[in-house]
Design a protein around this ligand. Structure first.
Ligand SMILES: NC(=O)c1ccc[n+]([C@@H]2O[C@H](COP(=O)([O-])OP(=O)(O)OC[C@H]3O[C@@H](n4cnc5c(N)ncnc54)[C@H](O)[C@@H]3O)[C@@H](O)[C@H]2O)c1
Length: 255
């Protein structure tokens, strides 16, 4: 299969569960992938497994100078960028209500999830324009469309990515750049283990059972469920889609 033949994809949070799976799938589909993560060792390991179509770069996405540098490094390594998968994100503090939440934890979630994604567009969009267009995919969440108690910073940040998606889509449509969001359900992953433990310290299994009760299809997503959608939005198959949020949520937001 070669649905991304000849394309260069820049993926942030590429050492994590979803980012690494997207990187592998994009390479299978013919892309070269420039992988950015703050975990230098882990992102290098992901790239090493994928061979010469992949390159690793350690950076903190919330830092403007590092973002400008990773965008330039991607172009220098692969000659340009066609796809930006804005995927780095953290869950932050889970459990406390707003009045009990640490301010620095809120600031950190916003810096990585929102500022990081905005900075990526700021520095990568000019390179997409040079290629005559491209696709930006922002990893939001069902938490970008609905809320729950005990995750305010994450929920605010993922709602902000919906706004970033719409604003970016309008600003860059005439440059041939499409901007969309994916809004996944909970995924079987480290992040969900952390969120379950935050909801119910010492009783994560019970928290998972409660979350599963909100999912009509009765299971968490697996990374491939999410990557299938990312691939569609990254590819030209979604050429008439922009400014939209695409759920892959087992029916959560239908309820
Ligand atoms: N796991 C889920 O259930 C789920 C559901 C919906 C949406 N999401 C979103 O999907 C994205 C990926 O999640 P995941 O499950 O793969 O999480 P993960 O924790 O496995 O991966 C996130 C990656 O981002 C990196 N990262 C964190 N802060 C960074 C920074 N400042 N600079 C550079 N890299 C940084 C981490 O090192 C990690 O490798 C996140 O945006 C997350 O909010 C996850």
């Amino acid at each position: 299969m070669s649905r991304l033949s000849g394309k260069v994809a820049l993926i942030t949070g590429a050492a994590g569960a979803i980012g690494a799976a997207a990187a592998a799938r994009f390479v299978t589909e013919g892309a070269s992938v420039f992988l950015v993560d703050r975990d230098a060792g882990a992102v290098a390991a992901v790239a090493a497994k994928l061979g010469p179509a992949a390159a690793a770069h350690a950076a903190d996405v919330s830092d403007a100078a590092q973002t400008e540098a990773y965008a330039a490094a991607a172009v220098s390594r692969f000659g340009g960028v066609d796809i930006l998968l804005n995927n780095a994100g953290i869950e932050g503090a889970v459990g406390p209500r707003i009045d009990e939440s640490p301010i620095d934890a809120f600031d950190k979630v916003m810096a990585i999830n929102v500022r990081g994604s905005w900075l990526a567009i700021k520095y990568v969009a000019p390179y997409l324009i040079k290629r005559g267009g491209g696709s930006i995919v922002n990893t939001s969440s069902v938490a970008g469309l609905i809320a729950y108690s005990g995750g305010s910073a994450y929920i605010v940040s993922k709602h902000a990515l919906v706004g970033l998606t719409r604003a970016g889509a309008l600003e860059y449509a005439r440059d041939g750049i499409r901007v969309n969001a994916v809004n996944p359900a909970p995924v079987e992953s480290r992040m969900m283990r952390s969120i379950e433990e935050g909801f119910a310290p010492g009783a994560a299994a019970a928290a998972k059972t409660a979350v599963l009760g909100t999912i009509p299809l009765g299971r968490y997503a697996d990374v491939d469920d999410v990557v299938n959608l990312m691939l569609f939005l990254a590819s030209d198959e979604s050429r008439y889609c922009t400014g939209a949020c695409f759920v892959v949520d087992g029916g959560i937001t239908a309820a």
